[in-house]
Design a protein around this ligand. Sequence first.
Ligand code: TRP
Ligand code: SF4
Length: 405
Amino acid sequence: MSLIENNRVVSGMRPTGALHLGNYHGALKNWIKLQHEYDCFYFVADWHALTTHYDDPAQVERNTWEMVTDWLAAGLNPKSSTIFVQSKVLEHAELHLLLSMIAPLSWLERVPTYKDQIEKLKERDLATYGFLGYPVLQSSDILLYRPAHVPVGEDQVAHVEITRELARRFNHLYGREPGFEDKVEKALKSMGKSSAKKFKALRKSYQEKGFDDSLQSAYQLISELSHLTIADRERLQGYLEGSGRSILVEPQSLLTPVPKMPGLDGQKMSKSYGNTIALREDPDDLVKKIKTMPTDPARVRRTDPGTPEKCPVWDFHKIYSDEITQRWVNEGCTTAGIGCIDCKMKVVEPIQAEIAPIRARGQELERHQDHVHAIIKEGCDAAREVANETMTDVRKAVGLQYSEI
Ligand code: TRP
Ligand code: SF4
């Protein structure tokens, strides 16, 4: 139990290149919001890109810079978040290796995304060691920074779950220092006879009957004995709680609250469906894309009434338009009072208003890519420092401290 409130979050995104509105509403917008409340670590999961696209090395770096430019243009702020690239913090790979020693094959084969993705990306050969280990790499990304939360969409919850299971397994295997029992005996002795007796009674009542009061009184007792060393306090706490030390912290998912962003054709917006609007879409292209969207097929002629629920344009209105406009669409569509072009142009406005400032900042950042590079370099250095603290504990726990060399 830590006395300091842990308000760190960690999340990553695979480098897919320029982002679209689905990425923005599904993740990035939430990341930006979280910056004000949390200590945020955000990174480009470029090694994860190679688990599926290992045969496409020419794309990774370009996609990374395009995506990071979008992040900054949309409002990720390096002053409040640590923004970095996974492959430039080698500790991710080291922890991945060590966790792979203890990751049961059956857990990995059971992860729902594993078989799904193999099925979905049929044209790729994903029968690889690296792809099976995808969740182990993701667990390392997370556990290195000991966050309380991982902001993700629904599709990633299973990965955060396995992250918790791996942390628990690691702590179970390595959280007990060698000779723990003897050291606890010694710590009890240094408490003094009467305190030790009281402490044991409180522990018994907590462990056997689950009395939380007893647990709290026992903590209190430890904290009052100021002559105890920090190491002894930790041992006594572990003895009290019946656990070892937590070397890795179990994080929770922080589900991103988002409406599903539909694409231009009514399916989910996704690069692979070719139905996207870019976060920095050119204004003329935006108008073109919206104008050519399919509508309710019942509206063959201007005078035919339609049903908004059968039209992907309505999906956009639901996200972007206020109530008054929505009512205008509903009435106009069902009575043939408005034409589809009127209806479409009305939703162009709020999309334009959302992306225009992002596009402007993006253009500025395009002109100063060296500035973007410097931000990421700094982020990598800061992330590496935190990652190294964890790795020092991890190496020691698995018996690879080598303090002599
Ligand atoms: N697998 C995530 C995705 O496809 C990306 C990712 C990699 C990630 N490492 C992570 C997300 C760590 C959260 C935390 O979206
Ligand atoms: Fe779709 Fe609007 Fe045309 Fe109705 S009026 S079919 S909601 S585009």
